[in-house]
Ligand binder design. Structure first.
Ligand SMILES: C[S@@+](CC[C@H](N)C(=O)[O-])C[C@H]1O[C@@H](n2cnc3c(N)ncnc32)[C@H](O)[C@@H]1O
Ligand code: SF4
Length: 345
């Protein structure tokens, strides 16, 4: 039988216009957050009067599950629940239980950890296997300044302990490094989490959205981060586990664990990007830096059948040409973009 043009595996797993298969989906379940990280939701913009989406605009859990199943049918193997802060969405464990029932899916969640102490066991019981916690510094003053709501670092560490105790595995810790803000904290983080089975992942500060005032000078290149750690705790590279893995992996030569670096600015990985994003109001985005989404909620609420949804999403993917990070330049910084808290980090 003849295969559709540009398709990796017929309709079941479409390839985009640059030959990239669809394998991952990030689902943003809320545009709200209990933190105001300076690089993501600066207070001056996301203040009291910020027009967060009203409830009726959000996809319901049933709608999210339906879209997730369609994506799984099209080849998605991994789903990450994100936001905003996913744990501020009420009864999130109910959604986790619904998605955990999808066969063969690697289901995970990214959280700032503030509510993880209370939720880790519930999430594990609902079927979550692993979790990523964002923690930018172990220095309490630096951390409070970065989350900008005076949230203490000890509470996030308690959340990480709760995740480990609940058996969520592996626990990964995301660290966004911004020049002059938390770069001093790289080695203390490495020393702290080494040997605990927690995988640290350092992320280059990115020009997402329009509100964080990004400048290239603020980026600490991944190579510099690796060199700083390697000087004290020798590292060696680890082979990528699969196509589209975003982190470059390194392990400590003494066997005490591994770290990852996500060099989205200095070494863009668009060529291997297999990721789609579902925004909190049901728009499908084919790039973190996309300007416009595709309105899948209108299809859902307009009575589309599963076959129609599948055909529409496959078509969106086939038409995909995005490679923003490879084209990033001084000129692209000012292009219109959507905020990360809405599209899902
Ligand atoms: C948008 S957050 C959503 C999930 C959750 N609230 C959290 O913080 O983990 C997802 C990830 O994006 C990262 N992030 C946010 N803004 C970023 C930026 N400008 N550059 C790089 N990473 C960023 C966060 O640090 C976090 O690890
Ligand atoms: S990075 Fe996460 S915790 Fe921080 S403001 Fe953005 S959504 Fe909230």
């Amino acid at each position: 039988m003849e295969r559709a043009l540009g398709s990796a595996d017929g309709d079941r797993s479409p390839a985009d216009a640059l030959g990239r298969p669809l394998r991952d989906l990030r689902i943003s379940v809320t545009d709200r957050c209990n933190f105001r990280c300076v690089y993501c939701m600066p207070k001056e913009v996301f203040g009291r009067d910020y027009p967060f989406l009203p409830r009726a605009e959000l996809l319901t859990f049933e709608e999210i599950e339906r879209v997730a199943r369609v994506f799984a049918g099209l080849g998605v193997e991994k789903i990450r629940i994100t936001g905003g802060e996913p744990l501020v969405r009420r009864d999130l464990e109910t959604l986790v239980a619904m998605l955990a029932r999808i066969d063969g899916l690697d289901l995970t969640l990214t959280t700032n950890g503030a509510l993880l102490g209370a939720k880790a066991q519930l999430l594990k019981d609902a079927g979550l296997r692993r979790v990523t916690v964002s923690l930018d510094s172990l220095d309490d003053a630096v951390f409070r300044a970065m989350n900008d709501v005076d949230f203490p670092v000890t509470r996030v560490l308690e959340g990480i302990d709760a995740a480990l105790a609940a058996g969520l595995s592996p626990v990964k810790v995301n660290v966004v490094v911004k020049r002059g803000l938390n770069e001093e904290g790289i080695l203390p983080l490495a020393r702290h989490f080494r040997g605990m089975g927690v995988v640290l992942r350092f992320i280059e500060y990115m020009d997402v959205g329009h509100t964080n005032g990004w400048r290239l000078d603020d980026v600490v290149p991944a190579a510099e981060i690796v060199a700083a750690i390697d000087a004290e705790l020798p590292l060696e590279p680890v082979e990528a586990a699969y196509r589209g893995e975003v982190a470059n992996r390194w392990r400590y030569r003494d066997g005490s664990g591994e770290i990852g670096v996500i060099s989205s600015v200095t070494q863009p990985f668009c060529g291997d990007c297999t990721r789609a994003r579902l925004s909190v109001d049901g728009q499908v985005y084919t790039c973190l830096f996309a300007v416009r989404g595709h309105d899948v909620r209108a299809l859902l609420r307009g009575g589309a059948t599963n076959e129609e949804l599948t055909a529409a999403i496959a078509e969106i993917w086939r038409a995909r040409t995005d490679r923003y990070s490879e084209l990033r330049s001084a000129a692209t910084v000012d292009l219109p973009k959507v905020e990360m808290s809405y599209i899902g980090g």
